[in-house]
Write a protein that binds this ligand. Structure first.
Ligand code: NDP
Length: 318
């Protein structure tokens, strides 16, 4: 039986619609949330991500700014850019798009962002709040996964969750959020032995490794929920033919465009899983929706605004 497909685009849209009302309320109180995105250099993927984030702000009527220092910027000069954004009262949310160029000390830059404006949730203060399960700004992608699970009615409490990937941005915070919701959590990484066997113990399998179609059906317990966080671009026709053998539409699209986005989960997993997020259209749209949620949350807290008259149905993370 084919897996139930969890539609991230639809859920992301629901969240944005709920936020729209809250933003109207804030504007009526004379407050327009403001987000600044710092995009260093000309990494094409980063350019697309930042463009989509700015578009989401525009769509919701938020104030946004894109700052584009050159790829040659020094750590000190970037710290000065961040410091200036920290001081500006109309900026509620700061994101520094990663990765930064090699000569820049990423940790120092992330540490310099005012924790109250840290909408990516990367500052150690927000990381600490997450570990301690205290209020704070949560990283957008893991928060989006939790929201997707909650809104899809997928039980977490008491279930076995296996997270593949231990990055600070996705794997680790995702594992903590699942733990706080009472899952029994295992974290896997590149040194994990017999990964398929560990993965098969999962009721909830979450792949965040950045390896195209790595998670094949033999990783998956029949009926498990599989969340595919990976975003990988494939350009090789032989790979596409192999991956999309049973999916003529996707193969056709690959031939037309010369490339395709695939997750960390092999498309054939749909034959085994109970529920599955697609790529694209799964976790991706939730990441941006949660960035907007965090921007509104940061604004309300920084500017002492009361709880919304029309609270959103956000269930998972706050
Ligand atoms: P990282 O490269 O920082 O981390 C990858 C993790 O996967 C590491 O912990 C690594 O283990 C583990 N890993 C890699 N290869 C294997 C393997 N063969 N077996 C087991 N574990 C392995 O990536 P990110 O966490 O930043 O991103 C992960 C994926 O999610 C990427 O595809 C990225 O594009 C995508 N992503 C998607 C977002 C979205 O909005 N949907 C947002 C952010 C990321 P080790 O630590 O041992 O090296």
């Amino acid at each position: 039986m084919a897996a139930h497909i969890l539609n991230g685009t639809e859920i992301g849209q629901q969240i944005r619609d709920e936020l729209r009302q809250q933003i109207q309320e804030l504007k009526q109180a004379g407050v327009t949330p403001g987000l600044a995105a710092v995009l260093v250099g000309d990494n094409p993927a980063s350019q697309i991500y930042v463009r989509n984030k700015i578009r989401a702000c525009e769509d919701l009527g938020l104030y946004s700014e894109r700052l584009t220092p050159p790829a040659t910027i020094t750590t000190d000069d970037l710290l000065a850019v961040v410091g200036e954004l920290n001081r500006r009262p109309q900026i509620d949310a700061i994101l520094v798009q990663l990765p930064l160029p090699r000569q820049v000390d990423t940790r120092r830059v992330l540490l310099a962002v005012d924790p109250a404006k840290d909408v990516d949730g990367f500052h150690p203060m927000n990381v600490g709040a997450l570990v301690a399960n205290r209020p704070g700004l949560r990283p957008c992608t893991p928060a989006g996964v939790m929201e997707l699970l909650a809104r899809s009615g997928i039980e977490i409490k008491g279930r076995r969750a296996v997270v593949i990937g231990r990055s600070d941005i996705v794997g680790k915070p995702l594992a903590l959020l699942l733990l706080h919701q009472h899952a029994t959590v295992t974290i896997c990484h590149s040194r994990t032995q017999d990964l398929p066997a560990v993965a098969r113990t999962a009721d909830l399998l979450l792949a965040a490794m950045g390896r195209a179609a790595f998670v094949t059906p033999d990783f998956v317990q029949p009926g498990a929920t599989v969340i595919d966080v990976g975003i990988n671009r494939i350009n090789d026709p032989a790979t596409a033919e192999q991956l999309f053998a049973g999916y003529p539409q996707r193969l056709e699209e690959f031939r037309r465009k010369g490339s395709a986005l695939v997750g960390d989960v092999h498309p054939d997993v749909a034959e085994v899983a109970g529920a599955l997020t697609p790529v694209p259209g799964g976790v991706g749209p939730l990441t941006i929706a949660m960035l907007m949620v965090n921007t509104v949350q940061a604004t309300r807290q920084r500017r002492g605004q009361p709880a919304p008259a029309h609270p959103s149905k956000l269930a998972a993370v706050r």
